[in-house]
Design a protein around this ligand. Structure first.
Ligand code: ADP
Ligand code: F6P
Length: 319
């Protein structure tokens, strides 16, 4: 393979720039030309290609977001949209594509491979919602951002003897809430995979009060409840002062952690090595600290198992 393209798709995630940098520099190092595609799969349809060189990716490893920009593109789900993308890929002499994104974007990579353009997926999402890989790019940085916020919220909750519901992202996956709840010492962790009832939440907060706690943090995954909805239900049943904070997009931005720069770099290099051999339809991941790849369809079909043991441990140590 002589010419490849790289794009970022779906929600951005810290570490995507490290992956782009690795793809460009390792690809050029292996004797290939590398094109960047702006605004994800939409950019394939629009023909938004730009040649990348070693300097195109200078000074980006420490930057959040994605220098290639990203988008969600309903048109790419249609055969017509895919045909436009194929035409543009051919016109630019591109032979293979690296798609950095989540499982939706991986379906885009599969469609490209089905149309004769071997494509590789790199898991880029803060949600950590892909079963085939232990970690996705951006999850670690988002966790650190959330922990920083929890630390600050805890200071003021504790000073005023209040309880704060802190709502975090993750779509239908509770990993951000689980890991940050445990590591931020949250009194209650509410996740969609193991949703607590209002009675259980009230009981847990009551237990804390009996053990001398005067304030608390409820770490809430967005897929379980809306923060205001949960607050309304709790206010009816407790005498505690409840506050809410929805962290929102602050969780998606910021300087990537060491771990995300490492993952981005190694995922990028692994993906280039596959394409160089003409291999497509694979997604790159990390399992038990080893980088590996697997079939896109098989990987996306895997059901993520919620780490119940970790969840129960977190509840015990937060008492
Ligand atoms: P993520 O990649 O983070 O899961 P989305 O689910 O929004 O984000 O998917 C990103 C993009 O991937 C979509 O906007 C669309 O362009 C493309 N995509 C999603 N599903 C498919 C599909 N079944 N076939 C082709 N492309 C798809
Ligand atoms: O998939 C990443 C993510 O940040 C989710 O956690 C969240 O539900 C969603 O994207 C938010 O999307 P948007 O930026 O389009 O509001």
């Amino acid at each position: 393979m002589k010419k490849i393209a790289v794009l970022t798709s779906g929600g951005d995630a810290p570490g995507m720039n490290a992956a782009i940098r690795a793809v460009v520099r390792y690809g050029i190092g292996m004797g290939m030309e590398v094109m960047g595609v702006e605004r994800g799969l939409q950019g394939l349809i629009d023909g938004a290609f730009k040649p990348m060189n070693m300097r195109s990716v200078s000074d980006i490893i420490h930057r959040g977001g994605t220098i290639l920009k990203t988008a969600r593109c309903p048109e790419f789900k249609t055969e017509e949209g895919q045909q436009k993308a194929i035409k543009n890929l051919r016109a630019n002499g591109v032979e293979g594509v690296i798609v950095i994104g989540g499982d939706g974007s991986f379906m885009g990579a599969k469609a490209l491979t089905d149309h004769g353009f071997p494509s590789i997926g790199i898991p880029g999402t803060i949600d950590n919602d892909l079963a085939y890989t232990d970690y996705t790019l951006g999850f670690d940085t988002a966790c650190n951002t959330i922990l920083d916020a929890i630390n600050k919220i805890r200071d003021t909750m504790s000073s005023h003897d209040r309880v704060s519901i802190v709502e975090v992202m993750g779509r239908n996956c509770g990993d951000l809430a689980l890991y940050c709840g445990m590591c931020g010492g949250a009194e209650v962790i509410v996740v969609p995979e193991h949703k607590m009832t209002i009675d259980e939440i009230v009981e847990t907060l009551g237990d804390g009060q009996e053990h001398g706690k005067t304030s608390g943090i409820i770490l809430l995954a967005e897929g379980a409840w809306h923060a205001d909805e949960l607050k309304a239900a709790l206010v009816e049943r407790t005498n505690m002062t409840i506050k809410t904070t929805r962290l929102g997009h602050i969780q998606r931005g910021g300087c990537p952690s060491c771990r995300d720069r490492y993952l981005g770099t190694c995922f990028g290099v692994h993906a280039v090595k596959l394409l160089k051999q003409g291999i497509g339809n694979r997604i790159v991941g990390i399992k038990d600290n080893k980088f590996y790849d697997m079939d896109i369809v098989e990987g996306c079909a895997m059901q993520k198992q919620f780490n119940l043991e970790l969840y129960e441990t977190a509840q015990i140590v937060s008492k």
